[in-house]
Design a protein around this ligand. Structure first.
Ligand code: NAD
Length: 382
C-alpha cells in the first residue's frame, strides 16, 4: 500500500471535460470515505487547448507528469476549429493526439482492454426505440485491442502535385513484439477470469484478423498460434474481421476474450458497445506493464457538450477500473473495495431504471446520474 497515489486526470474536450469533473468528484468522495490519499493532478489538453495555446495540445511538462503518475484517467479529446473541421496540429496530427495515442505509445500501454457486459435492466436504443434486445446472460466478453501500432502508428503522409493532394498513405505496422504482448495478455485474461464464454463456459480466445488479404494479419495469426501453445486450457478460435462484425451482434454468447489489431479493435469495440447500451456504458483500459490509463471509449461528442446530456457511467466505471488496477498493483484493499462499490452502484441504478440519461431511454441529466452513482457508491463503502 502506498501512502499517497498520484492520479493524473486529463479532461480533454467537450463531454470529456464534463465527465472528468464527475470522475474527480467520485475520486474525492472515495478518498474521503476510505482514507486513501489520492492526489489529483489535472492537466488540460485537447483541441481547445491547442486553439488557445497555438502550438501544443497539452502543457510542455505533461509527458513527464503522466510518466510519473501512478495511474491516468482520461475524459475524451477532439474539437472543431472555426471552420468546422477537427483541430489539426502543424504536424498533421489531431489536436489531442498527445494525451491519447501519444500516451499509449510512449508509456507502452500495449493492451486496450474493453469489457463488454450487458447489465440487467439495460434497454438498447435502436432506431429511436428502447427495448431489451440482448440478454445480459449472453453478453459477457472482453475485447482486447493492440494499442501501440497498426494503422495508428502515425507513419504515412500526403502526396501533393501542384498544391493538390493526389494520394495519401497510412502505413500499417504490425510487429511480432507488440503482437505477442497483446495476445499473451488476452490468453492471461481468459485464464484469470476463468468463466469462459456464456454459451458453453469454455475459456476461449478469438483472434480477429483479415489474414486472407493482409500481411500484418498473417503475422498476427502466426504469433497467436505460437502463444496459444502456452495456454492449452484455453480454446483457440479465429474469425475473419468482416464476418465477426456480424457474429458479435448475432451470437455474442460465443465469445469469452477476443484479441485483434489496433484499428479493427477500435471499430469493433464501438460496435460491441451497442450490446452494452452504447458508448456511454463502455470502458477502455489502456494497460502496460508499468503504466495504465483508463477512459470511456467514447469521444468528446460535441453535439452533447454543455447540455448536461452525456451519460457519465462509462467514465465512472473507467474510474472504478483505475482504482481496481491501483489497488491490485499496490495491494490496497480500500481501492479494490471502491471498485466493487462503484460497480454495484451502477448496476443497481441500471436495474432500477432511473436515474438514467436519454441514450438509455431515461430523462435524467448527466449530473443527476453522476451524483446518484457517487452517493450509492459511497453508501456501499459504508
Ligand atoms: N479517446 C478519445 O478521446 C476519442 C475517441 C473517439 C473519438 N474522439 C474524438 O471525439 C470527437 C467526436 O467524435 P465522434 O462524434 O465520432 O464520436 P463520439 O464518441 O464523441 O460520439 C458519437 C456519438 O455517440 C454518442 N455518445 C458518445 N458518448 C456518449 C455519452 N457519454 N453519452 C451519450 N451518448 C454518447 C452521441 O450520440 C455521439 O454523438 C472527434 O473529435 C473524435 O476525434 C476521441
Amino acid at each position: 500500500m502506498k501512502a499517497a497515489y498520484d492520479v493524473v486526470l486529463l479532461p480533454g474536450d467537450g463531454i470529456g471535460v464534463e465527465v472528468a469533473a464527475d470522475a474527480r468528484a467520485l475520486l474525492e468522495g472515495v478518498a474521503a470515505r476510505t482514507g486513501a490519499n489520492l492526489r489529483i493532478d489535472e492537466i488540460p489538453c485537447g483541441g481547445r487547448f491547442y486553439l488557445e495555446h497555438g502550438s501544443r495540445d497539452w502543457p510542455e511538462d505533461a509527458e513527464k507528469r503522466c510518466a510519473a503518475a501512478d495511474v491516468i484517467v482520461l475524459g475524451a479529446v477532439g474539437w472543431a476549429g472555426p471552420d468546422g473541421s477537427p483541430v489539426t496540429m502543424s504536424d498533421g496530427k489531431m489536436a489531442g493526439w498527445s494525451p491519447v495515442i501519444g500516451n499509449r505509445m510512449r508509456l507502452d500501454l500495449y493492451a486496450n482492454v474493453r469489457p463488454v457486459r450487458c447489465l440487467p435492466g439495460i434497454k438498447h436504443g435502436i432506431s429511436g426505440r428502447f427495448a431489451q434486445v440482448w440478454s445480459p446472460d449472453k453478453v459477457d466478453m472482453i475485447m482486447v485491442r493492440e494499442n501501440t501500432e497498426g494503422l495508428y502508428s502515425g507513419v504515412g503522409g500526403m502526396h501533393t502535385t501542384d498544391d493538390v493532394v493526389t494520394a495519401a498513405t497510412d502505413t500499417r505496422i504490425i510487429t511480432r513484439r507488440a503482437s505477442e504482448k497483446v495476445i499473451r495478455k488476452a490468453f492471461q485474461l481468459s485464464r484469470e477470469r476463468g468463466q469462459g464464454a456464456p454459451a458453453d463456459g469454455k475459456k476461449r480466445v478469438t483472434c480477429i484478423v483479415k489474414n486472407n488479404v493482409l500481411y500484418g494479419c498473417k503475422l498476427f495469426l502466426d504469433v497467436y498460434r505460437e502463444v496459444a501453445r502456452d495456454f492449452p486450457d484455453v480454446e483457440q478460435d479465429v474469425a475473419i474481421v468482416d464476418a465477426f462484425a456480424m457474429f458479435v451482434l448475432t451470437q455474442p454468447e460465443r465469445y469469452d476474450v477476443c484479441v485483434t489489431t489496433n484499428m479493427f479493435g477500435d471499430i469493433l469495440t464501438d460496435l460491441a458497445s451497442v450490446l452494452q447500451g452504447g458508448m456511454g456504458m463502455a470502458v477502455g483500459c489502456n494497460v502496460g506493464d508499468a503504466h495504465a490509463m483508463f477512459e470511456p471509449i467514447h469521444g468528446s461528442a460535441p453535439p452533447l457538450a454543455g447540455k448536461d446530456r452525456a451519460n457519465p457511467i462509462a467514465m465512472l466505471l473507467a474510474t472504478a477500473a483505475a482504482l481496481d488496477w491501483l489497488g491490485r498493483r499496490h495491494d490496497d484493499a480500500r481501492l479494490v473495495r471502491a471498485h466493487g462499490a462503484i460497480t454495484r452502484a451502477v448496476e443497481s441504478i441500471v436495474a432500477a431504471g432511473a436515474p438514467l440519461t436519454a441514450d438509455l431511454g431515461g430523462t435524467a441529466g448527466r449530473s443527476a446520474v453522476a451524483q446518484a452513482v457517487r452517493e450509492a457508491a459511497l453508501a456501499n463503502l459504508g
